[in-house]
Design a binder for this molecule. Structure first.
Ligand SMILES: Cc1cc2nc3c(=O)[nH]c(=O)nc-3n(C[C@H](O)[C@H](O)[C@H](O)COP(=O)(O)OP(=O)(O)OC[C@H]3O[C@@H](n4cnc5c(N)ncnc54)[C@H](O)[C@@H]3O)c2cc1C
Length: 442
């Protein structure tokens, strides 16, 4: 593309804003179109009174040094390194997350511990680099007993799908480092802790969303159109020609970078693709989240970054306490909790009204003695749409066909969690955005 051509970016979440940010840095003309009233997608920080909380992402992982340095530069002294452990709540006890053998041993009876050791001893000889599905990966890494207790049930609750139907990549990086070797290492060296157990990450003082607020400021709000829902993408079979918005505006386009859900993009194409592609797109599903916010009249609930709940009988997957990331997130003598409850349209959670969900959350967490009912000051419920793309086994080929079709338009590129249909973290997305802009130049 030429330097003079304008880039239309569809979606104002982390992917759209990162592309806009790097594009602006290279002097490109940018126009971002976001359907909602806010930028940030699943990475917003909302302020209610004296409390702030994140709607999605709440850990910046230092995995790609160029990206970390870019974000450090962007945020200045607002980006702080946080050291806070995460835990798994199991039978009234807190176990280290990611799993740590010493911690597990304290909460299980001897017969289970022996079984876990036996299973893992044999796993050493069965190691392979590729596993067919998440269940097989978990069994190979931890053995059946440990996996069934802490991983399989949690995973199936989060994704709403059997672990044997899920791709191994849904674990992100979390299962990569812990093996029987680290377990043995821990037993020999009591205080040994590998890097992933330390609970270190970066976090902005005033919430995760401020990373993307800063990017939006740099891009300039005059280049970001809110309330600008894309409804139609008009093409001539070779190039994208025009984008139509719900507010009945439209733009003639030269170059388009698309971050919208792949399931929606396919239906927006005009002319439509083949029936077979439309049918394939229908099989791709997202898991949604109810986010329950409780403000509490106590200075803290725990010192943990997050607490995970593996048991299936409890619909909550995870809670986090924003104040443990930055003291600016709640008043000194009070705290708040963000509680995640995954759901699929039409399931039991989806059929409950907001009050019923809030009551369920309060009663579950007070029974676990994390706080008392009388500590609750206020509660709110938010819906997070398209929180997780569900990566099922056997969908890779069909996804490739959809992506190949959409990228066959010469002036159309795809980026982001919803369109790539991958478990991407923000540091990955920021890196991909930088690469995408650099490749446009070459
Ligand atoms: C609960 C949760 C916790 C997470 N924790 C972390 C974490 O700790 N660290 C981390 O790095 N990542 C984390 N992530 C992942 C991170 O949130 C995603 O990687 C990131 O939000 C993906 O950005 P995106 O722009 O691809 O998609 P999104 O964030 O979904 O943004 C897409 C944007 O497109 C807009 N849009 C949709 N349809 C249209 C349309 N028709 N027209 C115009 N605009 C449209 C949406 O409104 C939205 O603003 C977490 C995610 C979730 C859900």
């Amino acid at each position: 593309m030429s330097q003079k051509q304008k880039i239309h970016i569809l979606g104002g979440g982390p992917a759209g804003l990162s592309v806009g940010y790097y594009g602006k840095k290279k002097g490109k003309s940018i126009s971002i179109h976001e359907s909602s009233k806010y930028i940030g997608g699943n990475c917003r920080t909302i302020q209610i009174g004296d409390y702030r909380f994140d709607t999605g992402a709440h850990r910046f992982h230092d995995k790609i040094s160029d990206v970390t340095n870019e974000i450090k530069q962007l945020m200045g002294d607002h980006l702080v390194e946080v050291h806070a452990p995460s835990k798994i709540y199991f039978n009234g006890k807190m176990i280290d997350f990611p799993l740590n053998f010493q911690s597990v041993i304290k909460s299980l009876e001897l017969s289970k511990i022996l079984k876990i050791l036996f299973e893992n001893a044999f796993n050493v000889f069965k190691y392979q680099s590729n596993y067919e599905n998440f269940e097989k990966l978990a069994y190979a890494k931890y053995g059946k007993t440990l996996s069934d207790l802490f991983l399989i049930n949690y995973t199936e609750k989060l994704w709403g799908t059997e672990a044997k139907r899920l791709q191994t990549t849904i674990s992100g990086d979390r299962l990569k480092h812990l093996s029987i070797y680290t377990v043995i290492f821990e037993m020999i060296l009591k205080n040994f802790k590998s890097k992933h157990l330390e609970g270190a990450f970066y976090y902005p003082k005033f919430g995760y969303g401020t990373i993307f607020d800063k990017m939006a400021n740099y891009i300039g709000f005059e280049n970001i159109k809110l309330d600008s829902k894309v409804v139609r993408i008009i093409h001539d079979g070779n190039k994208i020609k025009e984008i139509e918005y719900e507010n009945s505006n439209s733009s003639q386009v030269e170059y388009v970078i698309n971050t919208l859900p792949i399931t929606s993009i396919i239906k927006m194409m005009e002319p439509l693709p083949s029936d077979s592609l439309l049918q394939k797109a229908k099989s791709f599903k997202f898991r949604n989240l109810k986010l329950c916010i409780l403000t509490l009249d106590i200075p803290f609930v725990s010192k943990n970054a997050s607490i995970y709940f593996p048991e299936k009988s409890n619909p909550i997957t995870r809670i986090y306490e924003p104040k443990n990331r930055s003291h600016h997130m709640a008043p000194e003598d009070k705290t708040s909790l963000v509680i995640e409850i995954p759901f699929t349209l039409g399931d039991n959670i989806d059929c409950m009204n907001d009050d019923e969900i809030i009551d369920m959350v309060k009663s579950t967490l007070t029974k676990k003695k994390l706080f008392k009912g009388s500590d609750v000051i206020d509660s709110k419920l938010f819906n997070i749409k398209n929180a997780y793309p569900i990566l099922e086994i056997g969908q890779e080929k069909e996804l490739r066909m959809l992506i190949d079709y959409l990228q066959s338009f010469k002036n159309h590129q795809l980026i982001g969690r919803n369109v790539e249909f991958k478990y991407l973290h923000t540091h990955h997305i920021i890196w991909k955005a930088r690469m995408l802009i650099e490749n446009l130049e070459s």
